[in-house]
Structures are given as structure tokens and as C-alpha cells.
Design a protein around this ligand. Structure first.
Ligand SMILES: [Zn+2]
Length: 429
């Protein structure tokens, strides 16, 4: 048995003292005080106890991209950020698009992962949009859901077939929405800043037009359709209308699209290059409103590590993507909760129970009998982000130098400590 004492948890939006008894990989008991003895005592020092954070959109890069990140380093970074379950995107080499590739990936996860990793399988073979994968086999092996993230599925016919198959096997189709015929080699949002910096722009309609197509395909097939990293106000409107029409569509937004907009890009700095790009201030506002009114269901980081060399080639030549695990919670807490835009309870829900419910997972909840996936967060700690100190191999963050409040100090996955701050004591009774 392990016991966490002196913790605070959120009950109906209020912080209440609590103690938690953990037996094996499960939460055995939660109460204001517990008299039962335990072999290991964790003194939470009054910090916030939340369910372990759940991130349904991450890039661990392995296999094939080990210079950027590995399953080991990526999940260490996840644990440091308070995440206990992460869903790994399939744009690796090879792509988990077959029985052998998925089995090899599951093996590697078994050996190396520091937190729970649920792997996506691709929608199409090698993610090139030509041939549908064998969804039945991949579902039976444990594919979390199906996605070609990194690229949009260009053909409506392919997406239609994918949704028919996925819904037959009870799986979601998760989509990076981007119509390639509308991208025009863009590297940033087509707008004020791309014009000022003379960068090729990606028009907003490249995203929203494909979401509009796909919600209709989801309606026709009855498939659960989940939209990755929504970035525009038109996308939010299409999803809102689709939900009102009773279509099974869900959506996520990243911390960076909630906190930044194109005006934060002041020079040709690839630390601000991601796909979808940072949009206008009006789009940023629409994303926050979409989250608040339930149009957008959850927050996912789109953790996308790259090497220093890759990211030092300027906006046009560097790859898309920024890291997210190690800044997500303090960034959102500082920029949204401390500024009273959202409540702490809302933020925790968008990072825990909402992603779990969206995909029918049993994680993300503080309950007796639930998995002992727990995160302790010091809401008073203020630290400056130093990208060079990341555990992730990817140091590509636009938040370097930000002074942020609310840092995870201990992360437990299935009753085992996956991360704790160096000075955070656990004692044997
Ligand atoms: Zn994507």
C-alpha cells in the first residue's frame, strides 16, 4: 500500500484536503483523512492532486525518428509534464499500418515507455492516401484509433470508406484536416504576419473545408470523427453546427493555439512554425470560446519534437512542430486560469476526464477502484522555462524564457512513481 497525505483535490470547483490509499495499480480509498497504515507515504505538501493527465495527440518519433525523440525520452518528458496516458501518432518509419509494424511498436512500448502509450494505427498504408489499412486486424491488436496525422486524407471516397470500416470496429477516425490543393506551399498562417515577414501563407479554408466534408461523411457513416488541433474560427463553427445536428464529431485544440496567435511571431523564427499555424487573434478567441461552450472537447499538446539542426533553418525550410509535454500545464494554468479566462476545474477536466470520455477510456478520474494514475501539481511554484533543460530530446519550444506558474511535482502511473521533482520526498513508514 502507498498513501498520499496532505493533498488537495477539486470537489465541485473547490479545493478540499484529501488522502489517498493506493493498492497495487488501483486507487483503494480517497477521503479527507485515512487511518490505514501504508508502507510508503507520499507527503503532498498541500499540492493539488489531479487525475493523471491524458494527451490524445503526441509524436514520439520512434521508430525511425530517434534523433528527434524516442519512446523512452518522450514518455519521460510526458511524465515530467504530469501526463500518464499518451496516444502516439503513426507518422513514423515504418508506419503502424500492418500487423507486424503494430506488433513491433507495441513491443517497444512495453519495453521502454515510462507512461501508458496507446498507439494509433494509420488510416492508409504508409499514410500516402492510396490504400486502406486492415482495420479489423489492427483494431484487434489494440490500435487506439485510426489517423493519418501529419497529412489530411485527400480523397472523400477514401475517407468515406475509412469511416465505414472504423465504425464497424467501434473505432474513431481522427483527422489532421488539410486540403493539399489549398496549402500553396504555405509555412505560416496566410495573414498580416506572413505578409509582413514575406512568408508563404496557409489559408484558413485549407482546414475548415476538409472538416466540412468530413462531418458530412461522419453523418453518412455514423462514425466517431475526431478533429485534430482545430485552429480557425470557421472550423469551430462547422463543428458546432455538426454537433447541433447530432453528428458524432469531437475536437481538440492545442495549448499553443489557445495561448498564442500570429502576432506573437515577430521574426523569421522556426520555433513558431507548426501545422496548423498560429492563426489570427480572432481565431484564437474563437478557439477559447469553442472550448468553453463544449464545441471543442479537450486539449491535446501535439508534442512534436525535432532536432536543433532541423529547427534552425528558418521558417521556410524547418519542419513543422513544437514540443508540448513539459510546458502544457504551467502554460495553460498561467495564461488561462491565473488570468481568469477559465477555471482550474475546467482546465483539469479538458486534460483528464474529457479526453478519456471522448474516446471511451477508463482513465482521467480520481475514484476508488480507478487506475492509480495521479499527478501532484505545485500551483504556487513559479519557474522560467528553459528549453535546454527539457527531458524531451526536442528543445523546440516558443515558450523559452516564459515565467510560468503551476508545475507538476510528482506523476504516478498505475501506482508507480514515473516522475518526481528531485527534492520531493517519499518515505517508507
Ligand atoms: Zn496534425
Amino acid at each position: 500500500m502507498k498513501k498520499i497525505i496532505n493533498a488537495k483535490r477539486l470537489v465541485n470547483g473547490e479545493l478540499k484536503s484529501c488522502e489517498v490509499l493506493i493498492q497495487g495499480n488501483k486507487i483503494h480509498q480517497i477521503d479527507s483523512t485515512l487511518s490505514e497504515p501504508a508502507e510508503t507515504i507520499i507527503d503532498a505538501q498541500g499540492h493539488l492532486l489531479t487525475p493523471g493527465l491524458v494527451d490524445v495527440h503526441v509524436h514520439l518519433r520512434e521508430p525511425g525518428g530517434e534523433a528527434k525523440e524516442t519512446i523512452a525520452t518522450g514518455t519521460q518528458a510526458a511524465a515530467k509534464g504530469g501526463f500518464t496516458t499518451v496516444c502516439a501518432m503513426p507518422n513514423t518509419t515504418p508506419v503502424p499500418d500492418s500487423r507486424d509494424h503494430l506488433l513491433a511498436l507495441l513491443d517497444k512500448i512495453d519495453q521502454d515507455a515510462h507512461v501508458r502509450v496507446l498507439p494509433y494505427a494509420s488510416i492508409t498504408t504508409r499514410q500516402v492516401g492510396r490504400e486502406l489499412v486492415d482495420m479489423e486486424t489492427l483494431s484487434n491488436l489494440g490500435a487506439f484509433a485510426f489517423t493519418d496525422d501529419g497529412v489530411g486524407v485527400q480523397s472523400a471516397g477514401m475517407m468515406f470508406e475509412a469511416m465505414q470500416q472504423a465504425s464497424k470496429h467501434g473505432k474513431a477516425v481522427v483527422a489532421h484536416c488539410e486540403d493539399n490543393s489549398l496549402v500553396y506551399k504555405g509555412v505560416s498562417h496566410h495573414g498580416e504576419v506572413s505578409e509582413r515577414l514575406n512568408l508563404p501563407g496557409i489559408p484558413k479554408v485549407a482546414e475548415s473545408v476538409q472538416i466540412a466534408r468530413d462531418v458530412l461523411l461522419a453523418e453518412a457513416t455514423g462514425c466517431h470523427y475526431h478533429v485534430c488541433h482545430v485552429s480557425t474560427k470557421e472550423s469551430v463553427r462547422v463543428i458546432r453546427d455538426a454537433k447541433r445536428a447530432g453528428i458524432h464529431v469531437t475536437a481538440e485544440v492545442t495549448p499553443h493555439h489557445l495561448v498564442l496567435n500570429e502576432l506573437d511571431i515577430t521574426e523569421d523564427d522556426a520555433m513558431f512554425k507548426m501545422n496548423p499555424p498560429l492563426r489570427s487573434k480572432a481565431d484564437q478567441q474563437a478557439l477559447i470560446e469553442g472550448l468553453q461552450d463544449g464545441t471543442i472537447d479537450l486539449i491535446a499538446t501535439d508534442h512534436a519534437p525535432h532536432t536543433e539542426e532541423e529547427k534552425s533553418q528558418g521558417f521556410v525550410n524547418s519542419p513543422f512542430g513544437i514540443t508540448g509535454f513539459e510546458t502544457a500545464f504551467p502554460l495553460l494554468y498561467t495564461e488561462l486560469v491565473e488570468k481568469q479566462i477559465v477555471t482550474l476545474g475546467e482546465l483539469v477536466d479538458w486534460l483528464t476526464i474529457k479526453p478519456s470520455q471522448t474516446f471511451g477510456l477508463s482513465f482521467g478520474t480520481l475514484q476508488e477502484g480507478a487506475h492509480a494514475d495521479l499527478t501532484l501539481i505545485d500551483l504556487t511554484a513559479v519557474k522560467q522555462v528553459d528549453r535546454h533543460s527539457f527531458v524531451s530530446k526536442g528543445k523546440n519550444s516558443p515558450f523559452h524564457g516564459y515565467k510560468l506558474k503551476g508545475w507538476p511535482v510528482l506523476t504516478m502511473v498505475d501506482g508507480e512513481i514515473a516522475f518526481k521533482e528531485a527534492n520531493y520526498e517519499t518515505a517508507r513508514a
